[in-house]
Ligand binder design. Structure first.
Ligand code: DC
Length: 219
């Protein structure tokens, strides 16, 4: 059994960049569970099965695997590496939708638990501390104001072609927060025993140091 660190929080709170860096420094594997929901969304978009019943019927045709190459997560959808393809705004919005389907959550549950059982991991998502790893060694709920999260995302994307405006990003973040917090199954919420880390006023380096010191405390 490895050391299991659960990091949950809303879209754009910096979970992935913080968890990735802390994992690299500690020699842990970083598991980005959002990529799993994104892969199911990509499958649904490509195969025209976004409608809930059709998606549920298609689940037995979907094969999602995670591979770690030099510590970096790659997600394979039916054998194809889709790590880049799942990062579009269209996939983001549909990932939020498919993740509300209980059968989809059930479908991805075992894979997440297996990886956690076999490795020292920092796993990020929405329900890691509440559902996937209720016995995690440490649970952190990472958040920041919606405006700050939108600002960070805008700065990250502003030099890319077709970058949405700050207002569009903020609207998208607010929509996804609402969907993720109000779904019936495994909604985004802080586990009772999770440490709340509000990063609105913190730099990335400060958050990484803070997370590492908390992990050192439970190692
Ligand atoms: O972390 P992300 O933005 O890549 O996640 C994409 C969507 O997947 C997010 O809107 C909600 C969903 N998700 C989830 O429901 N549970 C998780 N553990 C991770 C992601």
């Amino acid at each position: 059994m490895g050391i299991n660190i659960a990091v949950d929080g809303p879209a754009g709170a910096g979970k992935s960049s913080i968890a990735r860096e802390a994992s690299a420094r500690l020699g842990f594997i970083y598991v980005d569970t959002g990529a799993l929901y994104r892969s199911v969304a990509l499958y649904a978009l490509e195969n025209d099965v976004l409608e809930q019943d059709k998606l549920i019927q298609s689940l037995d045709k979907i094969n999602v695997e995670l591979k770690f190459i030099s510590g970096v997560q790659h997600v394979l959808l039916c054998g194809r590496d889709v790590s880049d393809k799942i990062r579009t705004p269209e996939v983001s919005m549909n990932a939020s939708k498919v993740s509300a389907v209980p059968e989809v959550r059930e479908f991805l549950f075992g894979l997440q638990q297996k990886i956690a059982a076999e490795n020292d991991i920092i796993m990020d998502g929405r329900d890691i501390g509440t559902v996937v790893l209720p016995n995690a060694d440490l649970k952190v709920f990472l958040t920041a104001s919606a405006e700050e999260r939108a600002k960070r995302r805008f700065l990250e994307m502003k030099d890319k072609p077709d970058c949405p405006s700050y207002e569009e990003i903020l609207e998208d973040i607010n929509k996804r927060d609402y969907n993720d917090m109000h779904r019936e199954t495994a909604p985004l919420k802080r586990a009772e025993d999770a440490v709340l880390l509000d990063t609105t006023e913190m730099t990335k380096a400060q958050v990484v140091e803070k997370l590492i010191s908390m992990i050192e405390g439970v190692r």
